[in-house]
Design a protein around this ligand. Structure first.
Ligand SMILES: *[C@@H]1O[C@H](CO)[C@@H](O)[C@H](O)[C@H]1NC(C)=O
Ligand SMILES: *[C@@H]1O[C@H](CO)[C@@H](O)[C@H](O)[C@H]1NC(C)=O
Ligand SMILES: *[C@@H]1O[C@H](CO)[C@@H](O)[C@H](O)[C@H]1NC(C)=O
Ligand SMILES: *[C@@H]1O[C@H](CO)[C@@H](O)[C@H](O)[C@H]1NC(C)=O
Ligand SMILES: *[C@@H]1O[C@H](CO)[C@@H](O)[C@H](O)[C@H]1NC(C)=O
Length: 671
């Protein structure tokens, strides 16, 4: 059997002893348990206005409302918003095994003897908990009505079984809640009695309470909540002399807003009024001279000023210092004035001159901007970081890009040769045709080439990005391409030794790119036209336009535009370009080198690679060899070469040697 704990009326002091227009004596405590107590609230005789007495409960070290029938702890008091946050008990009824209510509490606490409080309708809600429960609150006893009270409001909740209620859900299953109206004065609840027989195990009691609407979340454990639980509730307080502001002002002796620079507002919850310090003042409007001026200049966050701030009573000024101005000094910074006299003088003397200069400058700026745009478009910022590359100014190259210096022309664009100012080495300047795709590849090409430094690879010296399509500057390789040497109409004699040397060194260059640098690089377009020869017939591989960076074990399905005749048929078939694709192309170059025949015979479209197959099968390699060298070399060398070429051209990619092996093999044959 549960017994309601009788509340001991410890509180001997009651509100009735307070003097209405108390002038607060200096002895009034201004805090209790960390909570500021300001008039009209107060602790002790003469310290509070009637209805606002607070008791500092020493045992709890907490303020409680005075004159209550049970302790009502206070955890917040605000003069500015006229709110108090207090703890109020929950109401409950509990059932025994014969399904009768054997104990209950309506939660009622008499805390509002002087009617200064209203339960805040904006900050609270009513919550009812139970599994077959209709709970409601009732407030403002009023005679002469159908019922005893002026307000009734509540809700019903139900659980189909023990697992129906859910944490966090208060929508009618085990828990329901609702908004409350303005004007509630009491914490009195009631329940209807519905059977709990089948539910005693998980829901032996019903509960109803008012609670801070941001401070309660339903948990199924609350179906067995401790009956002594208290909930935080917001109260709206006001000076409730049955008067509105207008009426109160007339009754000067009881008017609560005593501070100069204070205002009266009608209470938003019930009849009565509250006081507030006027704009620009803060403090306590309920005491004489309680509202003090705000020094706005010390609070720039709340009261902005970008100029010179000067506090005034109730407000502040913000002006620009003399010699400067701003359309809105509160929000926009002050800018120095341009002295009027100077303006006039400049206008008179320099008007025309300024216009002339301005036109000139704007033209210059326009050109500069265009060059800058090109620079950015061409990947300048990326390339700038690769510091091996020299970035040339447009002027530096202009004298080379002269029709007389043109040494080559083709689908790719034009190649010029010349000297860069103050440099002694000849350079080849490659000016690509205007081609959007090409511009896109450009940064890639430049970066790839900047990473390659090998004697068999054409060195990229730098580039110029300040033009529509970027220009590349290479070392000049004087003897032209292998293609030209092999197939030019005036055939220069080429000994077997020289051919083997060219092949071996070109292979070295490719092998270097494939395996000796951190990120392997595939050439993608190996052909005689891309193998240049210097004065000693040392080959230098050029044109990385179609190369891509490829990681070691990742076959990259790229869009390499190989040259028909040199292109790996496996690549055509699978779309996978591998280092072995370069090996295939190099095999064709080797074949071309020893036969001095074009890879793709322009007359009958026969691929040189294909014809080889027939010949080796018939072991008639010699017939295929360029007669110029066939006589000198031993058949052993040619058979060995043919075998290497057959391996390079193998349709089984795994049968093809690595480029490094090819280079080694050729080096061996050279000896
Ligand atoms: C008093 O004024 C302040 C700002 O001027 C406002 O935020 C506050 O809500 C007002 N208080 C009341 C009770 O009207
Ligand atoms: C249940 O409570 C009612 C009312 O107090 C009482 O009459 C009844 O005997 C109680 N039943 C049991 C089993 O305790
Ligand atoms: C109600 O509970 C019963 C038994 O616990 C169950 O069979 C039934 O499906 C439940 N109904 C709903 C709507 O949850
Ligand atoms: C309820 O308020 C108390 C005290 O203000 C706070 O400590 C607690 O975290 C709040 N609970 C929720 C669920 O907001
Ligand atoms: C307010 O008015 C009601 C009736 O109009 C009266 O009963 C009550 O005593 C008055 N209260 C005060 C504080 O004047």
């Amino acid at each position: 059997m549960l017994i309601l704990l009788p509340y001991l009326l410890l509180l001997q002091l009651t509100a009735f002893s307070a003097t209405p227009e108390a002038q607060i004596t200096s002895g009034c405590p201004d805090r209790c348990g960390g909570i500021a107590i300001q008039y009209p609230f107060g602790i002790g005789t003469g310290c509070f206005r009637k209805g606002f007495e607070i008791i500092c409960d020493r045992s709890m070290n907490r303020p409680v409302l005075a004159g209550t029938t049970k302790p009502v702890p206070v955890n917040h008091l605000s003069i500015r918003t006229a709110e108090a946050r207090v703890m109020l008990p929950v109401a409950w009824q509990c059932f025994n095994s014969s399904d009768s209510v054997y104990a209950y509490s309506d939660g009622d606490v008499q805390f509002n003897l002087d009617e200064v409080y209203r339960i805040s309708n904006t900050n609270n809600q009513l919550v009812v908990i139970g599994c077959n429960t209709l709970g409601y609150t009732q407030s403002q006893r009023s005679e002469g009505n159908d019922y005893d009270y002026g307000y009734y409001t509540g809700c019903m909740c139900y659980c189909n079984n023990s697992r129906s209620a859910m944490n966090g859900a208060c929508a009618g299953v085990g828990c329901c809640r609702l908004d409350i109206p303005q004007g509630l004065t009491d914490n009195r609840m009631n329940f209807n009695v519905y059977t709990h027989k089948a539910r005693l195990g998980y829901s032996p009691c019903d509960y109803a309470f008012l609670v801070d609407r941001s401070n309660y979340t339903f948990h199924t454990a609350d179906l067995k909540m401790d009956i002594n639980t208290m909930m935080p509730v917001w109260l709206d307080w006001a000076i409730r002399d049955n008067l509105t502001c207008d009426e109160a002002k007339k009754a000067a002796e009881s008017y609560a807003c005593v501070s100069p620079n204070s205002e009266c507002r009608d209470s938003s919850n019930g009849l009565g009024y509250v006081c507030n310090c006027s704009m620009g003042y803060e403090g306590n409007p309920y005491i004489a001279n309680g509202c003090t001026d705000i020094n706005e200049c010390e609070r720039r966050q709340e009261y902005p000023c970008r100029g010179v701030c000067r506090n005034t009573l109730g407000s502040y000024e913000c002006k620009c210092p003399s010699g400067s101005h701003s359309a809105d000094p509160f929000n926009d910074p002050c800018n120095p004035n341009f002295p009027l006299a100077a303006k006039i003088a400049t206008g008179a003397i320099g008007g025309l001159f300024i216009i002339a200069v301005a036109v000139f400058v704007s033209l210059l700026v326009k050109e500069k901007r265009k060059m800058k745009d090109y620079f950015r478009k061409n990947g300048g910022p990326i390339i700038e970081e690769v510091n091996k590359i020299k970035l040339f100014r447009k002027e530096e190259l202009e004298q080379i890009l002269n029709r007389n210096n043109c040494i080559g022309q083709g689908g790719f664009g034009e190649v010029y040769k010349g000297y860069i100012r103050d440099e002694t080495h000849l350079v080849a300047v490659k000016k690509p045709k205007i081609d959007v795709k090409l511009a896109g590849q450009f940064a890639n090409e430049v970066i790839i080439q900047s990473r390659v430094l090998h004697k068999n690879i054409v060195k990229l010296i730098g580039c110029c990005l300040e033009v529509d399509v970027p220009i590349l500057v290479y070392e000049y390789v004087p003897n032209g391409s292998l293609d030209k040497i092999l197939h030019d109409s005036n055939r220069v004699p080429l000994s077997l030794d020289i051919r083997l040397q060219i092949a071996a060194q070109a292979a070295k260059g490719l092998a270097y790119m494939h395996s000796e640098i951190t990120t392997p690089i595939l050439h993608g377009d190996v052909k005689p036209a891309n193998i240049l020869l210097d004065e000693d017939f040392v080959p230098k591989i050029s044109d990385f336009g179609t190369s891509r960076m490829i990681t070691v074990d990742e076959n990259y399905a790229s869009t390499i535009i190989g040259n028909w005749g040199y292109m790996d048929p496996e690549y055509v078939l699978t779309g996978l370009y591998t280092s072995k694709s370069d090996v295939y192309s190099f095999g064709v170059v080797l074949l071309e080198l020893i036969t001095r025949k074009k890879a793709l015979d322009p007359d009958n479209n026969i691929l040189l690679g294909n014809s080889l197959d027939t010949y080796t099968k018939k072991k008639r390699v010699i017939e295929l060899i360029d007669p110029e060298i066939a006589a000198i070399g031993s058949t052993g060398i040619f058979h060995s070469l043919a075998e290497l070429i057959v391996q390079c051209l193998s349709s089984d990619v795994d049968q093809r040697p690595e480029m490094a092996d090819v280079a080694e093999h050729l080096q061996y044959l050279l000896k």
